[in-house]
Every structure is written in C-alpha cells, then in structure tokens.
Design a protein around this ligand. Structure first.
Ligand SMILES: Cc1cc2nc3c(=O)[nH]c(=O)nc-3n(C[C@H](O)[C@H](O)[C@H](O)COP(=O)(O)OP(=O)(O)OC[C@H]3O[C@@H](n4cnc5c(N)ncnc54)[C@H](O)[C@@H]3O)c2cc1C
Length: 443
C-alpha cells in the first residue's frame, strides 16, 4: 500500500508541477519582441503560473479518488488552501510589477477607458481578492459555511474564465498555434472539471442513494445513523475513513457534510455515522426517519490502521466525538479477530457524556486492549485519570518498548486537545512519524 501510494503520489505530484510550469515554456519559447524588458517577462511568468495553479485548484478540490488516495484528503485540502494563497500572491504581483516597470500601465485600471484585455484582467484580480478574502476570513466574518462554499465556487469559476479571456486577448503570448493550443488545453481541462464536479458526479451520486435504516441516540448528544444502499452493496472503506453526507437535498445542492464512517469496515450491507449536535446541520440529524433517502460520497481520508499493516502495537487517542473513526478501527479489528495489543486513551469532558463507553467495555473483552479514561470534569468519587491528557498519563499507560517504532498512534479530537496531545506524545518519546491525526476541520 505504501509503495503504491508513493508511486502514484510521485506521478500526480510531477504532473502537477509540469502543468504549473508549462505556461513558462510558452513565455520562454517562440519569437519575442527583442526590446521587451526582463521585468515584463517576469511579471507575466508570475501571472501565467499563478493562473495555471488557479485552474488546477478545480482538480485539487474535485475529490478525485485517484488523486486523493496517495496523499490523503486532508493534506490535499490543506495544499489547496496554501497553494491558493501562493497563486494569489503570484497573480497579484503581475500587475504590481507592471506598474513598477512603467507607471503608464496604471491607466489600464480605468475600466471605462481600458481595452477589453485589461478589463478582463482587472476584473479577474478583483474576483481573486474576493475569493481569497472570503476564504481567509470566513470564520471571523461569521459567513455561514454553505453560503461561502457556493460563492467560493462561483467567484473562482468566473475569475479563471476572465483570466483566460485576458490571456487570449493579449496577443503576445498566444501568437503561435501551439501556444493557443496549450491555453485551449487548460481551458478544456478547467471546463471538464466543472462539468464533472457540477453535473456528472452529482448525477452518479443521485443514481446510488442510501436509505436511513435506523437512528439511535448515544451518550454525549450524539446520534448514530445507520444507512443501507438502495441497490447493491455498501461502499467499501478502510476503517477510520470518512464520507460526505447529503440529507434533505440533492447532490447538486453542494451542501454535504463530512462524517467518519464509524461502523466496521467488514460490514457490506450498511454503514453508520455517529453525529454530534454541534451546529445548523448536525442539530437536525435526529429528525431523519427510517426510509428517508440520503446521498453518500466516499470513502475519503488516510487516517486508518490499514495504511500501517506492519504496526505491531496500536495506540488510539480519541477525544469527544473524535471517537468515531477510532470506533470503526476497533470494531473492524474485533470482527477481523485482530489480536494485536491495543491501548485506548479516551478523553472526555464528563463520564456521563462519554460516547460508546458501554461498547468500549465489550470491545475490551474481544480485543487485546487496555482502556484508560481521562475525564476533564469528573464527578466526586471518580477513581480514574482526570484533567487533561498529558505526557505522564501517556508514559503510565503505554509500555516503554512501544516507543521503538513498532507502534502507530491514532489521534482524533477537538483541535486544542490534538495540539496538546501531539506535543505530549513527543515528550513521552514517540516519533512524529508514528503519530497519525485526523482533524475534523477541512475548511
Ligand atoms: C474528516 C472529518 C470527519 C468528521 N467526522 C465527524 C463525525 O464522525 N461525527 C461528527 O459529529 N462530526 C464529524 N465531523 C465534523 C462535522 O463535519 C461538522 O461538525 C459538521 O459539518 C458541522 O456542520 P453544522 O452545520 O452542524 O455546523 P456549523 O455550526 O454550521 O459549522 C461549524 C463548522 O463546521 C465546519 N463545517 C460546516 N459545514 C461543513 C461542511 N459542509 N463541510 C466541511 N466542514 C463544514 C465549518 O468549519 C464550520 O465553520 C467531521 C469533520 C471532518 C472534516
């Protein structure tokens, strides 16, 4: 699995770099105006590469399984975000350098008098500022996630379209048939991605709906939804992966939410998601009824014991609702008869709200597992660990010989807990490469 992922990661990574740099070949080859200042070429090269990256953002956000598999969906999303900022700076530097080169270029900012090629360019940059500003400040500005997502897509599509029109209308760089062919290639790729993500993929999901079979209340304001495919078998996944759920709407609405697949990966007739009431969508989950139709897009993610089959010992550290992918791994291990030694360090605010605590006891009987609860606000008389999970508790609960590289650690919980526990694990002696984290935040 590791070698296969490494090879396909290298292939996709190389293709990405080639597609980003191809516009520079357009710039550097073919007939050139000999008087063209180097700063002008540099400015255009930044604009070209920035635009190529922007067009490729439609690939990195399209959740293509073959592209996500080698890297992991969370890494692809973080890459999408970081490279988007880099591309923004490159594109933004393009006009700034022109203004430094010759102040007369400033006249092109006047949308009433400027030629169309400049109008397209200026409008593309205004939209780009809007896209990046909304993405960076969404939470501070309290922009609802669903609203932001729709507008992020619309503005980005318009922006890339306008930037391509800017290039096609700026003759210097499309003056040879092969150069035009390359830019037409980028335009076609961009349009194909739009058609695929907005029409073909939602249609595919619509043709394979899931039906709600059961909805159960769990401890900690969590609801478990059991779903079975309307036709055929349920999706196959690695324990720990997640899928996107669309309820009450069609997949065309682009309003899906990510949830870990909490059931065992050994079941092929149904899947389960356990969802904590945390906001607008999750507070409505309990209203789902058996027989309701929903849509599932998955599996995604790389947070799974199946990616580390060589691990001799396994440490699971769930915090609160972060228990869901870990339940899937434990339930799958139980069904597989996997007897590898396991330590579970389960952190919760209160004992009463500790989700799945009864099932954890059952799993302890079936697996070679030791379970330690860490309760932040315990009731009087609590005998176990209390407060926050720290390096001392880790040292006490995990055998010292597990630190030597034969064990893998799976951590999932609220962001502040994960930041603190990652540090505590390293203080206790684990290597960074042994620690695998799933953050419940992609956006
Ligand atoms: C990989 C992954 C696995 C997850 N697994 C689980 C799980 O098993 N159980 C569980 O209870 N929760 C899980 N979550 C968290 C869950 O997706 C969010 O709690 C839920 O989407 C919030 O939606 P809301 O409308 O109720 O909350 P809101 O209050 O509207 O949103 C709160 C925040 O959640 C995020 N969010 C909201 N909508 C989306 C969306 N459509 N896509 C991505 N992020 C969004 C945004 O950052 C938003 O600011 C997981 C998240 C991720 C990324």
């Amino acid at each position: 699995m590791r070698t296969k992922n490494l090879v396909s990661g290298l292939i996709w990574g190389s293709l990405y770099v080639i597609l980003t740099l191809t516009p520079l070949v357009i710039l550097l080859t073919g007939p050139k105006n000999s008087g063209r200042p180097p700063l002008l070429d540099f400015s255009v090269s930044l604009g070209f590469s920035g635009l190529a990256i922007m067009a490729l953002q439609f690939v990195t956000s399209a959740r293509l399984k073959f592209f996500n598999q080698p890297f992991g969906t969370d890494i692809v999303y973080h890459f999408h975000r970081q490279i988007g900022i880099a591309a923004f700076l490159m594109v933004f530097a393009h006009p700034l350098l022109l203004f430094i080169l010759d102040a007369r270029y400033l006249r092109l900012l006047n949308l009433f008098s400027a030629p169309w090629r400049a109008r397209f360019g200026v409008l593309a940059i205004i939209l780009l500022i809007g896209v990046v500003w909304m993405a960076e400040y969404r939470q501070k500005l309290k922009i609802p996630y669903g609203f932001w997502k729709v507008w992020h897509g619309i503005l980005a599509t318009m922006m890339v379209g306008l930037a391509l029109l800017h290039i096609f209308n700026t003759g210097d760089y499309t003056n040879l048939p092969w150069k035009r062919a390359v830019w037409i290639g980028y335009t076609v790729l961009f349009l194909l991605m739009l058609i695929y993500t907005r029409i073909i993929y939602p249609l595919k999901l619509m043709r394979n709906p899931y039906i709600v079979k059961e909805i159960r209340k769990e401890r900690g304001d969590v609801w478990t939804v059991a779903l079975a495919p309307a036709r055929g078998k349920a999706l196959r996944f690695m324990p720990g992966q997640f899928a996107w759920l669309t309820a009450w709407k069609t997949p065309f609405s682009d309003s899906e939410h990510p949830f870990s697949l909490a059931s065992s990966s050994e079941q092929d007739d149904h899947i389960e998601m356990s969802i904590k009431n945390l906001g607008k969508f999750t507070s409505k989950i309990q209203a789902l009824k058996p027989g309701d139709k929903v849509y599932i897009d998955g599996p995604y993610g790389s947070f799974s014991i199946d990616r580390y089959p060589q691990a001799k010992n396994l440490v699971f550290i769930p915090g609160g609702i972060g228990v869901t992918p870990i339940m899937s791994m434990l339930r799958s291990m139980a069904e597989r008869g996997d007897k590898r030694p396991v330590r579970v360090l389960y952190a919760n605010q209160t004992w009463d709200a500790t989700t799945f605590r009864e099932e954890m006891e059952t799993l302890q009987q079936k697996l070679n597992m030791q379970l330690v609860y860490i309760i932040e606000r315990p009731d009087a008389g609590w005998q176990g660990e209390s407060g926050f999970l720290n390096a001392d508790i880790i040292r006490k609960s995990v055998p010292a010989e597990w630190l030597n590289g034969n064990s893998e650690v799976f951590l999932c919980g609220p962001a502040p807990m994960m930041n603190a526990v990652e540090k505590a694990l390293m203080q206790a002696g684990f290597n960074e490469s042994q620690i695998h984290s799933e953050r419940f935040a992609l956006a």
